[in-house]
Write a protein that binds this ligand. Sequence first.
Ligand code: FAD
Length: 341
Amino acid sequence: MNTHVRLADFTTLRIGGLADKLIEVSTEDDLITAVRDADAAGEPVLLLSGGSNVVIGDDGFRGTVIKIATRGIRADADMCSGAMVHIAAGEDWDAVVQRAIAEEWSGLESMSGIPGLTGSTPVQNVGAYGHEVAETIASVRVWDRVDNAVRTMFAADCGFSYRNSRFKADPSRYVVLEVTFQLPLGDLSAPVGYAELARVLDLEPGSRAPMTDVREAVLGLRRSKGMVLDPDDHDTWSAGSFFTNPILDTPADVPAGAPQWPQPDGRVKTSAAWLIEHAGVSKGFTIGSAAVSTKHTLALTNRGNATAKELLSLAAHVRSQVHQAFAITLTNEPVLVNCTL
Ligand SMILES: Cc1cc2nc3c(=O)[nH]c(=O)nc-3n(C[C@H](O)[C@H](O)[C@H](O)COP(=O)(O)OP(=O)(O)OC[C@H]3O[C@@H](n4cnc5c(N)ncnc54)[C@H](O)[C@@H]3O)c2cc1C
C-alpha cells in the first residue's frame, strides 16, 4: 500500500491530485478483500483500472484507491457455441482484442485500440465503429458490495444501453471481477455497418472482411483522430470522447444538417462532434493548458500541465456553446471523481 499518491500518474489525461492510499491488487481474492476491508472501515473507495475514462479533481481522492491488476484468460471453444472466453478484469483490453483475432474469435475487432482494462468494458458498454461489448458479453462476474457476495450477472441483467450499464448507474455497488464473452469462430469480422469504416475497407455496408484488415483500418482511423494512446501526442492525453452522442426524442429535434441515427425505440441519435463544430468551437480551442484536440472536437486534452479545473472549464464552455446554439445539453462520458461540471 502507498500513501499520498499522485493520481495524475494513473490517468490518460495525466490529471488528478493526491489519493490518501493506493493499493494495487493482482489476485481476485486480494481485490475482494481490499474492497471489503475498506467498506467495513467506512472508507470511500475508488476502483481504478486503466484510468482512461475518469477525470479526477485537483484535490485528489480522500479514501482508498484500488488499482486493479488481476490477470487470467480461459477459453473453451467448440463449433456449436463458439468460444466462451473468461477474462480477468485486469487484462489489457487491446491485448485481448489482438488475442481474439489471432485465435479466430470474432466480434471484438472493431473495438481495437481502445485503452483501458477488460473489467471496465461492461461499465460504460464500450463501443466503437458500430459495435459495442454488450453484443458479445455472455455474463459478468462481480463482487456485490451490498450483499457481500460474488454474483454472476447474465448480459440481460446488466442493464446495457448506449455507453451505460447497471455498473455505471450504481457505481458503489459492483466490482467487476471477470467478463465472459461468447464469440463466433472464424477469421471474418462481424458485419461492418459503420459507413466510414466500410468506405476505408472498400466494403458494402453490412458485409464482412478479414478481422486483421478491420483491425488495421480501425487503428488507422483512430490514429487520425488522436484516439490511440501515444505519449508524444498531446491530442491523445484525453479520456477519449468527452461527451456522448445525444439521443433526441424525434427526428424533428435534430438540427438541420446534423447526422441522424434512428434508434430501436423510435428516438434518434445525433453527433456530439457535429454539434460542437457547428456551435463554433474549433479544434485546438484552449483554456489554460487544456484544449480541444487538434484532430477531433470530441476529445478534450491536456497540453502538458492542465488542471482538472481548466479541463472542466473547457468542458463547460463547449457544453454552453452547444446549448446556446441548439438547446441541446451534452452529457459527459468520463466519470468525474471529486469534481463537477
Ligand atoms: C484515447 C482514448 C480513446 C477512447 N476511445 C473509446 C472508444 O472508442 N469507445 C469507448 O467506449 N471508450 C473509449 N475511451 C474511453 C475508455 O478507454 C473506456 O471507457 C475504457 O473502457 C475505460 O477503461 P479503464 O480501464 O481505463 O477504466 P477507468 O478509467 O480506470 O475506470 C472507468 C470507470 O469504471 C470504474 N471501474 C474500473 N474498473 C472497474 C471494475 N473492475 N469494476 C467496477 N468498476 C470499475 C471506475 O471506478 C470508473 O468509474 C477512450 C479513451 C481514450 C483515452
